[in-house]
Design a protein around this ligand. Structure first.
Ligand SMILES: N[C@@H](CCC(=O)N[C@@H](CS)C(=O)NCC(=O)O)C(=O)O
Length: 230
């Protein structure tokens, strides 16, 4: 894959944490690309053609060949563009990074039926508190993968940093809007400090959605969800 953007397109949505993973990866890999913003309520024929299975963004198109699922895309790019390797060289450490990324997507995001973070954001009362508690416990477990390291990737940003970094931004926004505690600084000071450090890195920060726009979007979404409860 050349660094000049030849044949690389990203179909994304500005407020998507999964698209953000790919924007971070492309930035770290120094790959220029064409960005195509999708409308999730009115998906383009290109998105439906390129991701007929899930019909979701992000989709990476490389030399006309589409690939879906953010973690799969990161691994693919890491293979085809060696600059700034993201997955560990050691096979055991590589497997562990994949384990934690899977854990985060399955457990942090999902209870058996509903993503824990979404539930903590969209419910009220005991149901909300239970989901938030579950989310905090899962984040505490994830923290164990960070112990003794600057980044999940070790000395440099790696696959797992890219996979979980969005949580710091979205959880803070959700906490503010829904009035619920998701990242407990006392309970997970290592993870909390890492989120802060990671999201402040210029290369990471510049890919984040505009925070004021995201806050308005989050508030509108929350209002809609609350109206649906009544
Ligand atoms: N597991 C997927 C999740 C992608 C995903 O949920 N994308 C959302 C946007 S954040 C989407 O396209 N939603 C449209 C829909 O569900 O119809 C990944 O990691 O890429």
């Amino acid at each position: 894959m050349a660094g000049n953007g030849d044949g690389v397109q990203l179909l994304g949505y500005w407020a998507s944490p999964f698209a953000l993973r790919i924007k971070w990866t492309l930035k770290l890999k120094e790959i220029h690309y064409e960005y195509v913003e999708e409308h999730l309520l009115d998906k383009s024929p290109m998105l439906l053609q390129y991701n007929p299975v899930h019909k979701k963004i992000p989709v990476l198109v490389h030399k006309g060949k589409p690939l879906a699922e953010s973690l799969v895309i990161i691994e693919y790019m890491d293979e085809v563009r060696k600059h700034n390797p993201l997955l560990p060289q050691d096979p055991y450490q590589r497997a562990k990074a994949r384990f934690w990324a899977k854990f985060e997507d399955e457990k942090t995001l999902r209870t058996p039926h509903v993503p824990a973070m979404f539930k903590a954001f969209s419910k009220v009362g005991a149901e909300q508190e239970q989901a938030a508690k579950e989310l905090r416990e899962n984040l505490k477990t994830l923290e164990s993968a960070l112990e003794g390291k600057h980044f999940f990737g070790g000395e440099t940003i790696g696959f797992l940093d890219i996979a979980v970094g969005w949580i710091g931004c979205w959880a803070r926004m959700n906490e503010e809007v829904a009035g619920v505690n998701m990242i407990d600084v006392e309970m997970m000071h290592l993870l909390s400090a890492w989120f802060q450090k990671f999201l402040e890195l210029p290369i990471i920060k510049e890919c984040l959605p505009p925070q004021d726009k995201l806050l308005v979007h989050t508030k509108e979404f929350h209002k809609m969800l609350m109206a649906a409860l009544t």
